[in-house]
Design a protein around this ligand. Structure first.
Ligand SMILES: NC(=O)c1ccc[n+]([C@@H]2O[C@H](COP(=O)([O-])OP(=O)(O)OC[C@H]3O[C@@H](n4cnc5c(N)ncnc54)[C@H](OP(=O)(O)O)[C@@H]3O)[C@@H](O)[C@H]2O)c1
Length: 276
C-alpha cells in the first residue's frame, strides 16, 4: 500500500458520506483518492458533493467490481444484510493487498472473513450516528490477518469524524450498548431536561438550547480536564445548594440503576443479534 491509500466506499449512504466527507475535510485523503458506489444517481451525487467531487461508480452497472479493483481500502457501507453478498461478489476482483473495513452493525469478523476469502485483512467497526456531524464515538476490532498498520490506519480514518477505541470483538457488544445506542439515551435525557425546563417556566426553544449546550459542556469538561465525572459533579454541588438537591432526587429516582439496566439490555440484545 502506498503512503496515500485510495479509499472506496461500497454504498454511498449516510455513514459512507459522513466518513468520506470527514476524510477529505480533515485532509486525511484528497477527493481524488476517495471513491464510492451506489445504485441511484441521487446517492452518488450527494456523496460526490459532500466529498469535494469524489468519483463514484454505478453499482447497477458493474461499479462494485470496478471499485474493488481500484482501491487500497474497501469500506463496506451497505446495509448489514447486503454485506455477505457484496463481499462475496468482490472476491477475485479486489486490488492486491487491499484492506476491508466493515461499518455494518452486527456483522461479525467470522462472517466477513468467510465472505472475503482466506487471508483477507479485515477490520470491523461499530460507528455511531453522531459521526454524521463529526462527533462520533466508534469501536473497532481487527480480524485474524489485519496488521498493526491496518488498525492504525482505521483509527486515523475514524478520528476524522470523532473518537475511536480498539477493543476485542466480544467487547463490541459493550461498545454497541454504550456508544452505538448511547445517542438515544442522550436524546432521551436531553428531551426530559428540556421538558422539565419548560415545566419550570422556560420557553421550549430556550430550554432545549440550554439543555443541549449543558450536556455538551459537561461532556467537554470530562474530556478536557481528564477528571473523574464524580469529582466534577462534587465541585458543582455546594453544601445545602440547588444542585445537591437535584442530585439527591436523581439518585432517589434510580438514574444509575436505569442506566445500568439500559446498557446491560442493549449489550445482551447485541450479543443475541450476532447469533441470529
Ligand atoms: N447511519 C448510522 O448512524 C450508522 C450507525 C452505525 C452503523 N451503521 C452502518 O452503516 C451501514 C450503512 O448505513 P447507512 O445508515 O449509511 O445506510 P444508507 O444511508 O441506507 O446507505 C446505504 C447505501 O448503500 C447503497 N447501496 C444499496 N445497495 C447497494 C449495492 N448493491 N451496491 C452498492 N451500494 C448499494 C445505497 O444507495 P442506493 O440505494 O442508491 O444503491 C446507499 O447509498 C450499515 O451497515 C449500518 O449498519 C450506520
Amino acid at each position: 500500500m502506498t503512503d496515500e491509500p485510495t479509499i472506496g466506499f461500497l454504498g454511498c449512504g449516510k455513514m459512507a458520506t459522513a466518513l468520506a466527507g470527514g476524510l477529505v475535510s480533515r485532509g486525511f485523503a484528497p477527493a481524488d483518492r476517495v471513491f464510492g458506489t451506489a445504485r441511484s444517481p441521487g446517492s452518488r451525487e450527494a456523496f460526490s458533493a459532500s466529498t469535494g467531487g469524489a468519483h463514484t461508480f454505478d453499482a447497477s452497472d458493474g461499479g462494485n467490481a470496478e471499485l474493488a479493483t481500484t482501491v487500497d481500502v474497501l469500506v463496506l457501507a451497505v446495509k448489514p444484510y447486503q454485506i455477505r453478498e457484496t463481499l462475496e461478489a468482490s472476491r477475485g476482483k479486489r486490488k492486491s493487498g487491499s484492506l476491508i473495513v466493515s461499518v455494518a452493525a452486527g456483522v461479525t469478523i467470522e462472517t466477513l472473513e468467510a465472505a472475503a476469502g482466506a487471508e483477507a485483512r479485515v477490520v470491523r467497526v461499530m460507528p455511531n450516528t453522531p459521526s454524521l456531524v463529526g462527533a462520533g464515538a466508534a469501536g473497532f476490532t481487527r480480524g485474524t490477518h489485519a496488521t498493526d498498520a491496518d488498525a492504525a490506519l482505521v483509527r486515523a480514518m475514524l478520528e476524522c469524524v470523532g473518537v475511536a477505541e480498539e477493543v476485542s470483538e466480544p467487547l463490541l457488544n459493550a461498545v454497541t450498548a454504550v456508544s452505538g445506542s448511547g445517542p438515544a439515551y442522550g436524546f432521551l435525557f436531553l428531551e426530559a431536561l428540556a421538558d422539565a425546563g419548560v415545566r419550570a417556566g422556560l420557553p421550549r426553544e430556550q430550554s432545549q438550547r440550554l439543555a443541549a449546550a449543558t450536556l455538551r459542556g459537561a461532556a467537554a469538561m470530562v474530556e478536557e480536564t481528564g477528571d473523574h465525572p464524580a469529582v466534577l459533579k462534587d465541585r458543582v454541588c455546594s453544601s445545602g445548594g440547588t444542585t445537591i438537591a437535584a442530585v439527591a432526587a436523581l439518585e432517589e429516582h434510580g438514574l444509575r440503576r436505569a442506566v445500568h439496566a439500559a446498557v446491560a439490555a442493549a449489550a445482551a440484545r447485541s450479543k443475541e443479534m450476532a447469533n441470529e
